[in-house]
Ligand binder design. Sequence first.
Ligand SMILES: [Zn+2]
Length: 433
Amino acid sequence: MWWVAGRASSTRGRLTRLDPSPSLPPTNVFLGRTTHRLDPAHPRARSSGADALNFTLDAQDTDTHARAGRFETAHGEVLTPAFMPVGTQGAVKTLAPDEVAAAGADILLANTYHLYLRPGVETVRRMGGLHRFMSWDHAILTDSGGFQVLSLAELRTVSDRGVEFRSHLDGSKHWLTPEDAVRIQDGLGSDVAMSLDEVVDLEGDPEGVSRAVDRTLDWARRGLAERGRLRDEGRGSMALFGINQGGVDRAQRARCFDGLALLPFDGYALGGLWVGESKSVSLEMVEHDCARFPADRPRYLMGVGHPVDVLDAVARGVDLFDCVLPTRNARRGTVFVSTGRLVVKNAAYANDPRPLDSECDCYTCRRFTRAYLRHLFVAGETLAMRLASIHAVTQMVQLARRARAAIVAGGFREFRRTFVSRFESGETLVAPA
Ligand SMILES: [Zn+2]
């Protein structure tokens, strides 16, 4: 979701002169039902279609709805399930792109709202697109900007046309329409773009939820039409995902998806969840949406990044995740490790010779002790934030990768059970006497 630019009141350049994004290879789509361990060469695994990502399922767990897949972008293949580190302003905070890649990430998320406001799409375009600008060779998924407009911008006005807002940086006025959202993401050079949607308040009245679903569907159609126009001009090669809304109302979510399903989206996102509702309700909605989403398109649960939540959603058929939580916590001195949540700054670790996580193979865990990291945080050294972030990104990216391996090997249920029981044990968190 997102709303921006362009028209009457924008202070930025118009978006009509943006260069084409790199073109994607010819596309195929897997249309059949999945069976366990599909051979990629199997004729049912790849048949022709119009999907921009060529999403293929490699395996489907027989005990749960977990799936292992892959899709292609102009910047490499993405294996799913995948956790996408968040590079809000064109950088995963404190980390160089090589460090993000070394963590195993083959895709990251960048925030359209931030990059649109600063440095602006035109600057990114002149610098050769976001990949070259930030020196990241792998895939990039961009959000539509809508969520950031709602959470950061001032004086937002939502109408059928789109959203008018004031920048949180300088108060300048902007419009974000569904067409703008698509053009801006294309201008950034995104591999996977998101359709603009209207987020509903958890406390929203039924009429408001219904209106937001109508608007989300209208904006979905308009965003796709805009990508069609871009493609007529030789641009718009990026994939585009529709976002399912409807809050925690099953009937509204079903109605929203019934509308989205009629449109040729390359993937689907689950919107408006993990915003304060109970976890059982969140998971019920994930189950509800995934049961409706087609098997041959990737599914993306936005803004979820607690390790147990990720595995719970993978078990229900979700393929993609992103969240600022692991890296934001890391910069503040708290990291997830295989045995739970570790507050690095605690005095208990002052003389602890162990790595953050003895089961983690990241640069930080290979080289440094808890005692040293705790010292860096206490001393206010910026290296503390960098080293903790390296661990945090690696831990989440590798969790998704290990879940994938378990699905392919037919052992996801056991992997999840073992992971969760160990994560909840907290057994190595206390320093040895
Ligand atoms: Zn580590």
